[in-house]
Design a binder for this molecule. Sequence first.
Ligand code: SF4
Ligand code: MG
Length: 336
Amino acid sequence: ETPLLEIKELQTGFKIGKNYYNAVEKVSFNVDRRKIVGIVGESGCGKSVMSLSVMQLLPQGIGKIRGGEIKFEGRNIEKLSEREMNKIRGKEISMIFQEPMTALNPVFTIGYQLEEVLLNHENISKKEARLKSVALLKSVGIPRPEKIVDEYPHQLSGGMRQRVMISMAIACQPKLLIADEPTTALDVTVQAQILELLKDIQEVNDMSIIMITHDLGVVSEICDEVIVMYAGKIVERADVEVLFEDPKHPYTQLLMGAIPTMDERKEKLATIEGLVPSIQNMPQVGCRFANRCPKAMPECVTITPQLFEDDPNHEVACLLYENSNTIKKPLERVVE
Ligand code: SF4
Ligand code: MG
């Protein structure tokens, strides 16, 4: 079975002045069918840029895919025209964001906005769209959906608005849902309910989810696989149990040490000394984490670590492992 989504050597750049700087630097990974893949990292690590590249929603004239491939069901989508991409977006691949208020239109009713999505992609009557909207709202756990269809976004709570967004995103039964920090703006109890809902709809609809988050707690609750990104690159990738049991990359280890308990989560977000380098100031050689890494060695600034399989199905990009004697297959060290 071909993976649902295959990303190969993706490079996405942003224009600053006359030059492009890559916010995503040669990122490769697959999303298999019916899997929930978490992408974690602090803000500024390229997680959102990566998902906007897949959706082709990069800011026009500023953000650009500069290399690599994005294959959806075996088909290259990175070069599709806006018209072709419109058929895929919302129907085959859809996306939900952190703040549902910005994605919902405040001047239209919930029902109107849901019907629009359905009428856009499906050959159904207005009346059918109305009925389906009510059913969709019910399926995401919205009480009294017959009443809610006639309400406006501001009349709902943040959690209910996120449920509405999810219902819109799954209206056409997409195969892939990209969820960018979908619970970050919500209180802890509502967060847990939304995660539960996402897990349920993933199973019911047989779809895959890319869950973008800075919160490893979220990852541990619903993801099958985890990709850790730092400064535009993947630094570690493994199944969720493996990653939590044996985090290899110092960045992952620090993120984990910083996992607050459920109660603390709101006040105390992951904090690691120092900052992610800006895309204009990215080190050209060496490990991008070197200036913040408690385990950095002299060679970390002269040799660029490559992602490699240190254990079966567990990849890491760190010289601690490339240097270790446990290496089974020798690696080519790339000096950039
Ligand atoms: Fe730290 Fe060096 Fe590994 Fe980078 S390569 S994470 S600086 S030990
Ligand atoms: Mg983001």
